[in-house]
Every structure is written in structure tokens, then in C-alpha cells.
Design a protein around this ligand. Structure first.
Ligand code: FAD
Ligand code: NAD
Length: 453
């Protein structure tokens, strides 16, 4: 049984770990990372990056469709799924190797295996033990799995992102972010799609009006939605599957994806031995991201937080922990406005205060809807449905926004900057922005709305 000692040891190698690990190493700390799967974690290997590579051609086909009705663009654009998947593998598969090399070149020790705490300073990996002054738990989340008859036939997001051939018909259980993004992609690529959701609404953490809008749009394009239905069983039927719900609905399909949420990886981590407490949302941390054992920090998706569990929030926490451990800052963590995006076509994005929260306090906040697609067709590529809804405070400052439109994932970053910097309409007047373009369109309309708000 070998014993090595480090200044900081990370369990997990995703965004919640890697930014801190590199910064700490550059600051002269001895650093080790324990990883049981591919280096770089979910986002790189099985999440955001893989998804956005698959989304590229679908995005172009969707934008081209806006010119088809008028006859400006003619001819069909078709996605070749097998070639698209080969392109994804070509780009994604080398990424974990590249990051592992970067870690090793910087002098970080990579330990392959499952890490488990033995006490507040000791981590066991297979038959070896490692000690560290500080430990960072960055173990992320995994897909929830329905415990129903036929559960062995269920697939998850990871399977979808590596599907070698597109099935004729796919059924998604759940109408959350993963389902809607993948349902739209599968439909654009030529599959028939059914979505079965327990609640009466899709993507509930987003503005209800835009959630309803995307469901209507997907329905018009042939996606079959069933709300208020709880899936109770999956059975094999010859080469196909039958999905049944408690109410008696049955759907015959070729492939079933369980997208009913993600749960934190807190089991088999030895948390009890180390005095680290959890709840159902994850590892409990204080406002310095310390767990209930002060020398052990936690970061990213695995922590108990109500803010979105996303790559940028994991990265922000990772950088915060590095600054704590280097001694650059002792201030509590303070999150800025957090943008989040549903990568359907069109996209839905939101940042800062939600519309639902503003609706509960109309004495202090004003909500305005700006249908910028209709007013700025030339700048939004004939995207007449594009719209944003904003929240302003009593000082006429932007405090929240949500966008329904093709470029929402980029436009939301501009609005996040305005919120974070507390820019006024007068200050925006003092800046020059490139024209024409979607951001120029929304900024012009935003300045007017901020003065009115
Ligand atoms: C399909 C999908 C699409 C997504 N799309 C987006 C998006 O568009 N934008 C966005 O911002 N976010 C997106 N996310 C969320 C994003 O991937 C996560 O928020 C992010 O990866 C969290 O980083 P993390 O480091 O906390 O966890 P992870 O990246 O999950 O890393 C945790 C690592 O810990 C390892 N591990 C766990 N337990 C142990 C152990 N005991 N010992 C050793 N290693 C262990 C795991 O193998 C894993 O590699 C998506 C997620 C999914 C699933
Ligand atoms: N674009 C992004 O930022 C992005 C993309 C994908 C994933 N993610 C990450 O993944 C998480 C989302 O994962 P998700 O979409 O699996 O979860 P989710 O929580 O967003 O959605 C799960 C849905 O499944 C439904 N559901 C639960 N049990 C059910 C049942 N028995 N039958 C039918 N429906 C049921 C829920 O009501 C909910 O609507 C995000 O919170 C984020 O952390 C982010």
C-alpha cells in the first residue's frame, strides 16, 4: 500500500476540477487528480461539446427553412447521421487525451480509478492511498434511472450522443432540457419522435411562455408530446419496444431514452468517514464552497445548489476554490448573473432574474416583451418568431432577460454583461456596436425599453 502526499487532491477531472488544478499547479502546489472515466468529464466527452457538434448541421438546416416558404431557398438539406457521428468522434475522441497531456506536462499527477475518502485527508484508489492537505470533491452527476419493469431497455444521454445509426422512432421520457434538445436534433435528422412527460409543462425552469412556444413549434414539426403521463413499463415487442404509462397510453418505438433528470455522484465516496454531509441535491457546502469538513471543498454539479448545474458555474466554482487555496481571496463566493440555454431550434436562453420571480414583485420590477424578429427581419435572417422578454428595476436597469430565437446563445451573453456591469441606457448610448446583426437589433430596442421600464 503506497502513500503519496499532495497539497491538493481532486476527485473528478471535469470543469469543476480542471481549472483549479492547473492554476494551483502553476502556483507551485503539488496536485493530483483521481478520475475513473475519461479525463475532462461530462461536458467534454458526453455533454455540451458532443451535443453542439451534432447540432451544427441541424442549426443550418433550420435557418435555411426560414427562406424556403418564400421560395428564396430551394432544395432539401438532409443530415447524414452516420457521417455526422463520425465527425463527432473525430473531434471529441481526442479531447480527453489532449487534456491529460496538458495535465501531465504541467506536473499534475493523474490517478486512474475510483476515489474514496478514508478520512478527512486520505483517499483510497484501488490498493493505493493518497493523502492531501486539501481535497476537492468534483464528482459531477449521472443520469437518473427509472426503476420500472423493462428498465434494462432504457438508454441515456450518453448513448444518444454516440448512436451509430438513427432509429426510425425515438421515445424520450421526460420533457426537460436533455429531451427537448435531443428530440429536436433527432427530428431534424429524420427520426419520428415522441416525448412523454410527467408534469403538464416542458423545461419548467424556463419562462412558461417560451416553454409553451417551443412545444408548439416542435408539435408543428411532428414531435408527438404527451403531458401528465407517468411511464410505468417498457416491454420488448419483436424488434421494437412498447412504452406504457400509468393511464394506459402505449407507444411503440425503436429506442427509448430515459431523460428524467440527473443525480449527484455522492455514493461510494466515503463521505461519512470524512464527516462530509449531503442532501438530495448533493454535497452541502458553505459560502466558501467548504463542505462540513473544512479542509474538503466541493465544486460543480455535485454540490447542493439551486443555481443551474452547468459548465460555466462549475468553472466559476473551480476558479474560486483555486483563489481560496492560493490565498488570493477569502471573500465568500458571489455568483454573477448566470446565463443558461436550451439548444433547441430556435434556442431559449435566460439570464439574471427570472420572469416568474419578477411577476411576483411587479411593484419593483417591470416586464416588457420585445418581438425583435418582426421588427428586425433583415438582421435576424427572416426569423419573425424571435422575441425577448426583459425585466428592469426601478432605476431602469436591466436585471433579467429571456430570449426565444436562433442566436439566443450568443445574444444572452451581451445581456448578461449589461446586467453584471449595471449599464444604463445612457451608457449604452456611449458605445458603438457593429451593424447590422442580431445583437445590434436587440441593443437598439433594449435601450428604448430600458428608458420606458
Ligand atoms: C447531455 C448533456 C448536455 C449538456 N449540455 C450543456 C450545455 O450545453 N451547457 C452547459 O453549460 N452545461 C451542459 N451540460 C452540463 C455540464 O456537462 C455539467 O454541468 C458539467 O459537466 C459539470 O462539470 P463537473 O466537473 O461538475 O462534473 P463532470 O463533468 O460530470 O465531472 C465529474 C467527473 O468525476 C468523475 N468521478 C465521479 N466519481 C468519481 C470517483 N469516485 N472517483 C474518480 N472519479 C470520479 C466522473 O467520471 C467525471 O469524469 C450538459 C450535460 C449533459 C449530460
Ligand atoms: N443546455 C444545457 O445547459 C444543458 C443541456 C443538457 C443537460 N444539461 C444538464 O442536465 C440537466 C437536465 O437533465 P434532464 O433534462 O435529464 O433533467 P430535467 O430535470 O431538466 O428534466 C427531467 C424531466 O423529466 C420529467 N420526469 C421525471 N420523472 C418522469 C417520469 N417517470 N415520467 C415522465 N417524465 C418524468 C420531469 O418532470 C422533468 O420535466 C440540467 O439541469 C443541466 O444540469 C444542461
Amino acid at each position: 500500500m503506497t502513500k503519496f502526499n499532495y497539497d491538493v487532491l481532486f476527485i473528478g477531472s471535469g470543469h469543476a476540477a480542471w481549472h483549479a488544478a492547473l492554476t494551483l499547479r502553476q502556483a507551485g502546489k503539488s496536485v493530483a487528480i483521481v478520475e475513473e472515466d475519461l479525463i475532462a468529464g461530462t461536458c467534454t466527452n458526453y455533454g455540451c461539446n458532443a451535443k453542439i457538434l451534432l447540432d451544427g448541421p441541424a442549426d443550418i438546416a433550420h435557418q435555411a427553412a426560414a427562406y424556403r416558404e418564400s421560395g428564396i431557398l430551394t432544395g432539401e438539406l438532409k443530415i447524414n447521421w452516420e457521417k455526422l457521428m463520425a465527425y463527432k468522434h473525430q473531434n471529441i475522441d481526442p479531447m480527453h487525451v489532449g487534456l491529460a497531456k496538458a495535465f501531465e506536462n504541467s506536473g499534475i499527477t493523474l490517478i486512474d480509478g475510483h476515489g474514496q475518502l478514508q478520512d478527512a485527508h486520505t483517499v483510497k484508489v484501488d490498493s493505493d492511498t493518497y493523502t492531501a492537505d486539501n481535497i476537492v470533491l468534483a464528482t459531477g452527476q449521472r443520469p437518473a434511472k427509472l426503476d420500472i419493469p423493462g428498465k434494462a431497455y432504457l438508454h441515456d444521454s450518453r448513448d444518444f450522443l454516440s448512436l451509430p445509426h438513427l432509429p426510425n422512432h425515438i421515445t424520450f421520457i421526460g420533457a426537460g432540457i436533455i429531451s427537448l434538445e435531443f428530440a429536436d436534433l433527432a427530428r431534424q435528422a429524420g427520426a419520428a419522435v415522441t416525448v412523454i412527460e410527467f408534469a403538464d409543462q416542458a423545461i419548467r425552469s424556463f419562462y412558461a411562455k417560451y416553454s409553451a412556444k417551443i412545444v408548439t413549434q416542435l408539435k408543428e414539426q411532428g414531435v408527438d408530446f404527451h403531458f401528465k403521463e407517468a411511464v410505468s413499463a417498457v416491454a420488448k415487442q419483436d424488434q421494437r419496444f412498447q412504452v406504457s404509462t400509468q393511464s394506459g397510453l402505449t407507444v411503440t418505438t425503436d429506442y427509448v431514452i430515459d431523460a428524467t433528470g440527473r443525480i449527484p455522484n455522492t455514493e461510494q465516496l466515503g463521505l461519512d468517514q470524512a464527516g462530509v454531509q449531503t442532501n438530495r441535491r448533493g454535497i452541502i457546502v458553505d459560502d466558501h464552497l467548504r463542505t462540513t469538513q473544512p479542509n474538503i471543498f466541493a465544486s460543480g454539479d455535485v454540490i447542493d445548489k439551486t443555481i443551474p448545474k452547468l459548465t460555466p458555474t462549475a468553472t466559476f466554482e473551480s476558479n474560486y476554490i483555486a483563489s481560496q487555496l492560493i490565498g488570493l481571496s477569502q471573500a465568500p463566493i458571489q455568483y454573477p448573473a448566470i446565463p443558461s440555454v436550451v439548444f433547441t431550434l430556435p434556442r431559449i436562453a435566460q439570464t439574471g432574474m427570472s420572469i416568474a420571480a419578477a411577476q411576483k414583485d411587479t411593484a419593483h420590477y417591470q416586464i416588457q416583451t420585445i418581438p425583435y424578429g418582426q421588427q428586425m427581419r433583415f438582421e435576424t435572417k427572416n426569423e419573425s418568431h424571435a422575441e425577448m422578454t426583459i425585466v428592469t428595476d426601478q432605476k431602469h436597469r436591466l436585471v433579467g432577460a429571456t430570449i426565444y430565437g436562433n442566436a439566443a446563445q450568443d445574444l444572452i451573453n451581451t445581456l448578461t454583461l449589461i446586467i453584471d456591469q449595471q449599464l444604463t441606457a445612457d451608457q449604452l448610448d456611449q458605445m458603438i456596436f457593429a451593424f447590422p446583426g442580431a445583437s445590434a437589433a436587440i441593443l437598439d430596442l433594449l435601450r428604448v425599453a430600458m428608458r420606458q421600464g
